[in-house]
Write a protein of this length. Sequence first.
Length: 338
Amino acid sequence: MSDHDLSELRSALAERLRSAEPGARLEGVVALERVAREHPREQPAIMAVLIAFVHERAHEAPAVPSRPLRPRRRTGVGPDLQAALTALARRDTGLDTRLVDLSGAVLPHAVLSGAFLARALLRGIDLTGARLDGADLSGARLRGALLGGTDLRGANLCGADLCGARLGGSDLRGADLRKADLRGADLDGTNLGGADLRRANLSGADLGGAELREANLRDARLEGASLSNAGLEGTDLRCAGLNGAHLFGANLTGADLAEARLDGAELGHDMRGVRLAGASLPGAALSRARLGNADLSGADLRGALLEHADLVGADLTGANLRGARLGGTAAEDEAVRD
């Protein structure tokens, strides 16, 4: 088929996408994907047509009655729109000539499992409840995106821009979030178990009640972040910046905070067995804290408030306790209080 014939065919199929009939639009999407597969040189132009179609069909949320008679189960996008997204997800990425741009699209409950969306422009996109498990979103621009309740298990979000994104209740188990920008993001109740967050920026993020068991947060920035009631069992927080962070009620059992910076952080009271070797804790409020068997060797605890704290079995070798308030502290080594 000549280039001219292919161009005419593409135009005819693109016109079908403007039909008022959902079935005709679906047929047009399927036919366009088939042409792209059989004639690779047409793929860039066809993907551009499908992206434009997504924007046209997903520019606003579906109408919802103001007073529904009974609760309705939220459904995904229409079959024609989902078909276009599926075509984008399984395209030959080696033929791409431009970045995928779906910024501002409203696509709740869409299925994009395993999709290649690296460096995609997705600012303000609504993917609430969507499936993005195993998707490649490395370097994607997701600033302000709505991702609440989204399945992102095992997704690659390395270096992604998620500033101000709303991820509350999402499943990010095992996700790669290295160097991701999550400043001010809403991660309330998010499951980040086993996720890789090394060198991620979570300053000011809301991680209240989040599950971070066995997550890797080494060298992460968490200044001013809320980690209240978060599950941090076995979490690697070595060298993390937690200045001014809120950790009240967080479960830190077995967490490693060696050399972490915790100046002005609000810490929980139960920190038994926590590794804080070399941690920076000047002025930390730890009154009545349970620090039994904690590793505080070499920690900077100058001016810390440790009244009535339980330090039985704690390792304070080389710790700087200058100016610390230790009245009523329970410890095996009375020299701690000298």
